[in-house]
Design a protein around this ligand. Structure first.
Ligand SMILES: CC(C)(COP(=O)(O)OP(=O)(O)OC[C@H]1O[C@@H](n2cnc3c(N)ncnc32)[C@H](O)[C@@H]1OP(=O)(O)O)[C@@H](O)C(=O)NCCC(=O)NCCS
Length: 202
């Protein structure tokens, strides 16, 4: 499905006012979806800790060690700032800083607001992660999703190769004993990006 939304790389000048909305959509993933695969938190969430965590992620984006991508409604005017309520989803890629791994990235957040799911937004965010990562010379992306979740299906449908599953990987808010498993994925992206550019230029 072609998404009715568009993706945009986070830009402080245009998007700084969206930070509380980014924190809110992320919090909904933890509080409502109860997903355990997006960051370090379990409910109940501390707003203060959440905002500190987001400030750290934005600092990484500005230091070019992370890419933050927003899902927004289509805009005809590139200079018009989106409203907070316009934010539909977020994805992030952590760019490996090691000498041995400077061609790798990890998609460590993918979330689409409940109202906007099953409209291609998740796929657009994953594709934008790939495009922006390839532009930064990254050719290998990895991801970790909760097993048997919508995100597992989304990564599979975007061509990610499943490496395996780790059972009982994350604690949940259910009780101290209940844990959930994760599924690990990878995708080699640069070759495809080069191929599609060649095809587009043919
Ligand atoms: C995972 C998530 C981002 C998917 O977003 P989305 O916008 O609904 O995804 P898309 O509409 O782009 O779907 C892409 C593909 O994923 C698969 N998919 C996504 N959600 C699905 C679902 N609920 N059931 C079955 N397949 C699903 C489908 O193959 C779909 O392709 P199709 O619509 O052509 O069949 C969204 O469900 C979400 O935010 N979940 C909660 C947070 C979360 O778990 N994040 C992941 C942490 S790693």
């Amino acid at each position: 499905m072609t998404s009715p939304s568009q993706t945009s790389v986070f830009h402080p000048e245009h998007h700084a006012h969206l930070i509380p909305y980014m924190a809110a959509i992320y919090a909904s993933g933890i509080n409502i979806d109860r997903t355990t695969a997006i960051g370090p938190f379990l409910p109940p969430l501390s707003l203060e800790r959440l905002l500190i965590w987001w400030k750290d992620r934005i600092a990484e984006h500005q230091a070019r060690t992370r890419i933050i991508i927003l899902l927004l409604p289509p805009s005809e005017n590139a200079n018009q700032k989106p409203k907070g309520e316009d934010l539909r989803g977020i994805a992030m890629v952590e760019l490996d800083q090691s000498q041995a791994g400077d061609f790798r990235g990890v998609i460590d957040l993918l979330i689409v607001g409940q109202k906007f799911r099953r409209q291609g937004g998740g796929r657009s965010l994953i594709q934008a992660c790939e495009y922006e990562s390839a532009r930064k010379g990254r050719s290998l992306l990895t991801a970790k999703t909760e097993t048997d979740s919508a995100s597992e299906l989304a990564f599979k449908s975007c061509g990610y190769v499943e490496v395996g599953k780790i059972p009982n990987f994350s604690r949940t808010s259910v009780d101290a004993a209940t844990k959930r498993g994760v599924t690990l994925f990878y995708k080699e992206i640069l070759l495809q990006t080069q191929q599609s550019r060649t095809t587009a230029g043919a």
